[in-house]
Design a protein. Structure first.
Length: 207
């Protein structure tokens, strides 16, 4: 897999994490560190979600688990070193690219997911790109941090209302959303964004 010019725009901490591992980093993602969340997310998928594009796949833990269940997964990330880490976990189909310039034909995926990665994009820029590569009535799965969550300083945080409006404007309809807390033994739904650690949204393309 060749390096792309996009590499120059990758924050250095992503490279450090890929090279040293999440455990040796001050940062983390729930989907990389919590198998219970990965199992919960996989349980939300339909049998029709066969071809999956994961944008911001990182080190590939969730994608590896999906591949074990015979899903056809393409992992996309802007960080070369993250993709190398994902490949070592068995994610063979990886692409280094910018999510705003997806190198895929139109209508080719059943499901696109952003595993804690959508905060690195402006919604009005990235969602139309996703809509283009989804099949008719394809689905979009998003996990994101709520506005009160402490994350790195380049991660943009949105409320459920902001997600809903942006999705509608890009041709999506929200089919489900949950507010979650996560620990080692369970994923719990809560009623308030301020009490949550993660926003989960499942949307369907209206085209």
């Amino acid at each position: 897999m060749p390096r792309s010019s996009a590499s120059a725009r990758v924050p250095a901490f992503f490279r450090r994490i890929a090279l040293k591992g999440w455990r040796n980093s001050p940062y983390f993602t729930y989907s990389s560190g919590y198998p219970i969340l990965r199992r919960w997310l996989i349980a939300q998928l339909s049998a029709r979600d066969k071809s999956i594009l994961s944008i911001g796949c990182g080190s590939g833990e969730l994608e590896r688990d999906l591949i074990k269940l015979n899903r056809q997964v393409t992992g996309l990330d802007i960080c070369f070193e993250m993709l190398q880490s994902a490949k070592r976990r068995g994610v063979k189909n990886v692409v280094q690219a910018d999510a705003l310039k997806l190198p895929f034909t139109s209508s080719c995926f059943d499901l696109v997911m952003f595993p804690e990665s959508i905060g690195y994009f402006a919604l009005d820029e990235v969602l139309p790109c996703v809509a283009r590569v989804l099949k008719k009535r394809g689905r979009l799965l998003v996990t994101a941090y709520p506005t009160n969550f402490a994350s790195d300083n380049i991660y943009k945080k949105f409320t459920v209302e902001e997600f809903t409006h942006a999705l509608h404007d890009s041709g999506f309809r929200v089919a489900d959303h949950r507010l979650l807390t996560i620990n080692r033994s369970r994923v719990t739904e809560v009623s308030s964004e301020t009490r949550s650690q993660m926003i989960y949204i499942l949307a369907r393309s209206s085209s």
